[in-house]
Design a protein around this ligand. Sequence first.
Ligand SMILES: *Cc1c(COP(=O)(O)O)cnc(C)c1O
Length: 407
Amino acid sequence: MTARANANVFERLGVRTIINAHTTATRLSGGIMRPEVADAMREATQWCVDMATLEGRACEVIARHTGAEAGYVTSGAAAALLLGTAACVTGLDPSKMNRLPDTTGMKNEVVVARSQRNFYDHAVRTAGVTLVEVGISDRYSGAGVRDTEAWEIAAAITERTAAVLYVAGADSRPPLSEVVAAAHAKGVAVLVDAAAQLPPVANLRRFVAEGADLVCFSGGKALGGPQASGILCGKRDLVMAAALQHLDQDIYWEQWNPPAALFDKTRIPGLPQHGIGRPAKVGKEAIVGLLTALELFVQEGDEARRLRWTQQMESLLAALDGVPHATLALARDRRRHGLPTVALTLDEAAAGMTALDLVRRLQDGEPSVHANPSRVHDGVVVFSPVALKPGEELTIAARVRAELGGR
Ligand SMILES: *Cc1c(COP(=O)(O)O)cnc(C)c1O
């Protein structure tokens, strides 16, 4: 352990900190929390509350910001996917809730466009359902122009379908409104994974407005909440069904005075035991932190946030001016609402190293800088502002110079 007097908590643990120019990746511990969020979380640790009451208040706050009937704080977007799927399978039936993940005899299939499959759907399958993939990803293979179409989703819906899963992104097809129309025509709910779709602020409301029954957001990405937090919002009955499978309800029925925003006691015959969501428990600090971050995210607004990020990336560009073997540009990531990034295109032959070599050297050096490697096959190293502290761009520039030479 380090003995340095002003060592931070990670140094005291013997864990070196990194500069995260990748993004708010889970692997890299998400982002940097605003002091107001951290302060609210610290304050929350000094009190006890009834957790259902706290989630009831969270329900109202999230409903106000999303336009949804109800909302709930989860331990992440993946946890929201699990809870949302469970809610679609069980509805408000507590005996079904108690049986999950055994879904024998229940609606236990979730329909999804093949092009939207991704490994976060582990969370969906954890509820005990099977995914039914629809369509062929012609658009991605280059063999054609089409993706899955709404009629194919409609055709895959049967009496066993619990929900349609929709993964929202800049390139998602078919449009959500068409999927909603196809699913609702057969009385099936649409669960939207919008984990990384913030900013823009407007996306808090967009998917609900387009008819989604449940929407999942990550709290630990650009929203700026605790790394392990998220939001599930949507139809009142479904959010109630999710909450019933998540909150600790080890209490006598007569004692149970649930908050009206989240629960309607007259709709259920009794309380389920600890549900399928119990391993994804959320602490009071995380709920308070998420709600604080949500207010601040909306308050800052898209323009101020974009300006802050753009200025930091311009400062990085200026600090990298004249670095050898590299062409630099401010790039806007169209898949992330025009997020400003710095793209460094490496002259690999002249530099005597590949873009991946540069990423590895930045990562392994001191201080450790993590860049985004998703374009290294094109010789490009990308730096993103979302998880950077002010001033860290200067350290990044110094590290790049140390690897590539130059003043
Ligand atoms: C990040 C992400 C998730 C998981 O979000 P967590 O809040 O980390 O649980 C799920 N789906 C997609 C598409 C994501 O990008």
